[in-house]
Design a protein around this ligand. Structure first.
Ligand code: SF4
Ligand code: SF4
Length: 155
């Protein structure tokens, strides 16, 4: 996540991240084939292009599931080198609308980045994050998700 502008305290209270309802499973991050091969064999994965997405064990009593790398107390347990880029960019996403245009979008439900913090997000994007994210998306097209109304377009 964008730790440069997100308060850890806000996240600790919110605790909205890294838990996915079944209808949000399309938002789970993906791993390269190499990184996926280092994950425990017990993790079920589905292929998305050249990448792999963890399949969470949803059933009638578990409609929302934590990412298997989430520790309730300490957050993400993956080392920085293994963490998917999408997780570092959150709550900003690269999205594509129906016309095929790709843009940056901000998750509307993140209390850590209210409207008054948008200039700080733009500063990060202009300071190199935009170029890095677009370069990552060249290598990993799964980084670009279809537009969803839970997001606002920011650039
Ligand atoms: S939704 Fe925003 S504030 Fe809440 S845990 Fe996620 S990044 Fe933090
Ligand atoms: S890999 Fe880490 S940051 Fe990404 S969704 Fe899972 S627990 Fe969260």
């Amino acid at each position: 996540m964008l730790s440069a502008i997100l308060s850890g305290r806000t996240c600790a209270v919110c605790r909205n991240c890294c838990i996915f309802e079944e209808q949000s499973a399309w938002e789970l991050p993906t791993f390269s084939a190499e990184a996926a091969s280092r994950l425990p064999e017990s993790y079920r994965k589905t292929k998305d292009g050249a990448r792999y997405r963890i399949t969470l064990p949803y059933d009638e009593t578990h409609a929302a599931q934590p990412c298997p790398f989430l520790d309730n107390r300490t957050g993400c347990t993956l080392p920085p080198d293994e963490k998917p880029f999408a997780c570092s960019l959150w709550p900003v996403r690269l999205m594509r609308d129906e016309s095929g245009e790709v843009f940056f979008a901000l998750y509307c439900g993140c209390p850590g980045i209210p409207a008054e913090k948008l200039p700080a997000v733009h500063e990060l994007l202009d300071g190199g994050l935009r170029a890095r994210a677009l370069a990552e998306a060249e290598r990993d097209p799964s980084l670009i998700l279809p537009y969803h109304s839970n997001y606002i377009r920011i650039g």
